[in-house]
Write a protein that binds this ligand. Structure first.
Ligand code: NAD
Length: 357
């Protein structure tokens, strides 16, 4: 029986709606397995800017550091998307959280529930059995380098930077994970063009010497974008830089049927943060139709990775599987043949998972 402090950080838009479902599932797990989860809440993103003027106030950061794990929603608001001149932006909260908590590895398991084979835009015969674990580097690259304007604002630059130790630590995490799976690692870069990628490849090859039992392949990011949907079953663990990982994992979300199905874990040396890969989805905010399963599956990752509660995590994944087998869908994973009474709103979908637990 464990006693743990979980910080709920809903953020903006559908982040609020889906983390509420994730928390309900955690509550049910605590009751069923006899654990005590103590919750607190903190602000980030637009919600935090409105309340404090900062995208990640110090008090939120302190609460994150003091908790055993964070269940996070999403940040973003239409106000900023169309105003590139805004100085304080919701995404700054996200980047600061990752940097301050040292969350250098973002794990994104991409696995299709069999019941959703038809929900993907990729042919079932290509998809069936695909099971990929992405490791996206999270605290380096073009997102964190120097950025600015010159020539009277007519020229802009973002500097991409990587240091050897940053590549080493994520490569090691990816090799370790591959060891526990099908022992295949694909490292994705653009070493034919970018110097950061050449350092990336050189370093991954160096680390590979410690893992002779893991088969390593390299792919250029452009060809990987194609191979991922042409032959997804070929991949086991994939490791890549921040920018490439951002794009490839959104593409890979189609393997899992919808953005609303994909969970992620951001880990480093301290508190881990667990979140859906999707954003705040302004287009559906407030309609109650967001798919909560990515947040619920993020709660499962939280239990597994931060607390080592593997049976509890498996129980959640099994409950999600049962709900999908029973035919329940949210709008994003429904298709033309789904009966109207089987299409659930966010709350009802969360409740179905709780019922199965
Ligand atoms: P998005 O992920 O919010 O939405 C993309 C599309 O997927 C939308 O059509 C949306 O309705 C749909 N979708 C996403 N999650 C869903 C769910 N759970 N259920 C059903 N449908 C879902 O990306 P976007 O529209 O490009 O960005 C919206 C905002 O989110 C922007 O402000 C952006 O900056 C922010 N954003 C935040 C994060 C984050 O906090 N981690 C990530 C990506 C984007």
């Amino acid at each position: 029986m464990a006693t743990k402090k979980i910080l709920i950080v809903p953020g903006d838009g559908i982040g609020q709606e889906v983390t509420a479902a994730g928390k309900k599932v955690l509550d049910k797990i605590a009751a069923k397995f006899g654990h005590t989860f103590q919750y607190d809440e903190a602000l980030i993103g637009h919600a935090a800017i409105e309340a404090t003027g900062q995208a990640l106030p110090d008090v939120s950061l302190e609460k994150m550091r003091a908790s055993d794990a964070v269940l996070f929603g999403a940040v973003g608001h239409p106000k900023y998307d169309n105003d590139p001149s805004a100085k304080v932006r919701p995404e700054q909260g996200l980047l600061k959280m990752r940097k301050e908590l040292g969350l250098y590895a973002n794990l994104r398991p991409i696995k299709l529930f069999d019941e959703l084979l038809e929900a993907s835009s990729i042919k079932p015969e290509i998809l069936k059995g695909a099971d990929i674990l992405f490791f996206r580097e999270l605290t380096g690259d073009i997102y964190f380098g120097e950025k600015g304007r010159k020539n009277n604002g007519d020229t802009a630059f973002d500097i991409a930077e990587y240091s050897r130790y940053e590549v080493e630590r994520i490569a090691r995490k990816a090799f370790e994970a591959a060891r526990g799976r099908r022992k295949k690692l694909c490292s994705v870069d653009k070493a034919n063009v970018l110097e950061t990628s050449r350092l990336w490849r050189e370093t991954v090859q160096q680390v590979a010497k410690e893992y002779p039992d893991v088969e390593l392949e390299h792919q250029f990011v452009d060809s990987m974008a194609m191979l991922l949907i042409k032959d997804p079953r070929r991949y086991d663990v994939v490791v890549t830089a921040n920018l490439f990982g951002d794009i490839l994992t959104d593409e890979a979300s189609q393997i899992a049927g919808s953005m609303g199905m994909l969970a992620s874990a951001s880990i480093g040396d301290g508190t881990g943060v667990y979140e859906p890969i999707h954003g705040s989805a302004h287009d559906i905010t407030g309609k109650g139709i967001a798919n909560p399963l990515a947040s619920i599956l993020s709660a499962a990752l939280l239990l597994d990775i931060s607390f080592g509660l593997k049976a509890e995590a498996a129980a959640i994944i099994n409950a999600v599987d049962q709900v999908l087998k029973a035919g329940y869908r949210t709008k994003d994973i429904a298709n033309a043949t789904t009966p109207a009474n089987m299409i659930l709103n966010t709350e009802a979908m969360g409740q179905e998972v709780v019922n199965r637990l």
